[in-house]
Design a binder for this molecule. Structure first.
Ligand SMILES: C[S@@+](CC[C@H](N)C(=O)[O-])C[C@H]1O[C@@H](n2cnc3c(N)ncnc32)[C@H](O)[C@@H]1O
Length: 219
């Protein structure tokens, strides 16, 4: 059967990913986790699907930032422009202490498994993979037009565990609508604290999930 997955390309993302210049709720949450994870260690980090590389501004200098994306906004030595559906995820032959992919797998159509396998190869043995994935089980899922890879959280998690051990997972936020909270009383506490999984209601109200993973190394 012919594969009819629609992938958006550089002509689309070159303007679309400018929407992610201003650090958003999820990015600030992920950055806080990365700062905690790194503490004062000197580490190499790769941001897969880095967009305008805004995450870099939220990280300390001891986290050496590298990014890869189909549409790099400001060329720099630590940023690489690559269509990751077409080519393997690589960065100048390097391996990394931390690989991050936030808001990326939703666009990976039918190459999700292959990309997870490639990331597992890029993470050092003692390194970590940090990723997020939308909760398409939300009571009113938001379907952003460029999504090419929508599946329930359990299906994503099963694929993840083929290559990684999941050390930690929690929703980045809960909200009645499928968007990160933008009002103070809902936003402020959730920005500060990680709300654990709440059985039954959690899966209907979680916006997306944060995963901290270690690569599986088979003998
Ligand atoms: C929703 S944005 C997320 C950007 C950033 N990670 C963030 O959290 O703000 C998705 C990113 O994936 C990138 N992307 C989409 N398809 C891609 C592909 N085939 N290869 C590389 N990057 C891609 C887009 O350019 C965009 O920057």
């Amino acid at each position: 059967m012919e594969n009819d997955t629609v992938y958006h390309k550089r002509d689309f993302w070159g303007t679309e990913n400018l929407r992610y210049v201003k650090p958003h709720f999820r990015m600030r949450k992920v950055a806080a986790q990365l700062r905690k994870l790194a503490a004062d260690r000197e580490l190499d980090l790769l941001d897969v699907g880095c967009g305008p590389a805004s995450l870099a501004d939220l990280l300390p200098a001891n986290l050496h930032y590298h990014g890869v994306d189909i549409a790099i906004q400001k060329p720099a030595a630590n940023l690489l422009e690559q269509d990751l559906v077409e080519s393997p995820i690589t960065f100048k032959g390097m391996t990394f202490d931390i690989v991050v992919a936030q808001g990326f797998f939703e666009y990976m159509g039918d190459v999700q498994s292959r990309k997870l396998a490639e990331i597992a190869e890029l993470v050092k043995d003692e390194g970590k993979f940090v990723c997020t994935y939308q909760n398409f089980g939300h009571r009113r899922p938001n379907v952003y037009a460029p999504y090419s890879n929508m599946q329930p959280p359990g299906t994503f998690r099963r694929d993840l565990t083929r290559y990684f051990k999941i050390d930690q997972v929690f929703p980045t936020a809960y909200n009645w609508g499928h968007s990160h909270p933008n009002r103070g009383f809902l936003r402020a506490p959730q920005e500060r604290f990680n709300v654990p999984n709440i059985p039954v209601i959690g899966p209907k109200l979680a916006i997306d999930y944060y995963y901290l993973c270690s690569p599986l190394r088979r003998p």
